[in-house]
Design a protein around this ligand. Sequence first.
Ligand code: NAD
Length: 361
Amino acid sequence: MEKVKVGIIGAGGIVQFAYLPAYQKMEEAEVVAISDVNETKLKEVAKKFDVPRFYTNYQDLLKEEEIEAVNICTPNFLHAEQAIASLKAGKHVLCEKPVAINVPEAERILEEVERSGKKFMVGFCHRFGPPSRSLRKFIDRGELGEIYYAKASYLRRRGIPGLGGWFTTKKLSGGGPLIDVGVHILDLSLWFMGSPEPQLVVGSTYNKFKDQAVDGGWPPLLTRKGDKFTGTFDVEDLASAFIKFENGSTLFLEASWAGNSETGSSISLFGTKGGAKMSLAAGERFPGELTIYKEEDGDLVDIHPRLSTTDPYQDELSHFIRCIKEDKQPITKPEEILNVVKIIEAIYCSAEKGKAIELQV
Ligand SMILES: NC(=O)c1ccc[n+]([C@@H]2O[C@H](COP(=O)([O-])OP(=O)(O)OC[C@H]3O[C@@H](n4cnc5c(N)ncnc54)[C@H](O)[C@@H]3O)[C@@H](O)[C@H]2O)c1
């Protein structure tokens, strides 16, 4: 089988812990080059994972003609520039979440996707998590009926990533837990709800742990050698939001890196024929959980599907490579990608201005 040749931009936590191990198990693709501005890390990673070529300037990687697809795994503020450059160089792109740190950047990427005709997918790995896949089947069979309300929560009690580095610096990350982990549950909720058009957004953000912040251990400490930490922490540590959609449905969303609460991530759906609650998968240790709430012949019934133990990152990569080989539209559609960014931007805007934000469709 002819393997799709892949280049990776960024050699940090997600690449070392998820993507490179997953690519190594794949028969349909292989990583032939990698780029990182941190030369020490770059060389170590290339050696450890047998990546034949490595570059400190990602533009050099893009010059390689045999590379068909690029994975972008760099700090959020670089996604737009690198995605557009990759598309312009004729590559298919799998870009990490969040796709961009604001709406104009996301729009520029999607314009280039349209112009280039290349495949473009966002790394919403939780769409491939066992509970999400199972729940989506119940939804597609119509077993939940009309979903009119959802609650989505991604809470960490103490889990600030890379404290003092790019994750906690607004101009480099675009924000805190909302854009970092809240983006996953926002995307999933919208996907389950049938991608309704957002109409009104009310949001609040908090930064109560500024003076007692503790690093949460991501990216893994052994992947940080040579990374820059300036000590900045100018993003929120908790965000909450309420979103109304044109079809009348609503979503309550909350995301934290630090707070005096439980740690966990879940989505609840309320439908006319059934409801659901799922907890996100967390690697090999935890495949996630799913309960479906139904009424059958007057009895209230709880269904607990047995979930597979598949690796979401592996399945995400296989899907992306299959879309290239079979010329199919990736699972993350352009309008879905854009709505996630629009809602996040509106939540931050609402929090800053202290008022509800109406979104134009
Ligand atoms: N899907 C998921 O579950 C998931 C999990 C973690 C992180 N992420 C996303 O992946 C991306 C990277 O996160 P991470 O945790 O690996 O961060 P990280 O800080 O560990 O890695 C980022 C790497 O990018 C490198 N880099 C910076 N500028 C560069 C440039 N111009 N060219 C090439 N490399 C450059 C850095 O040196 C660093 O090694 C982020 O967008 C993050 O949101 C996704």
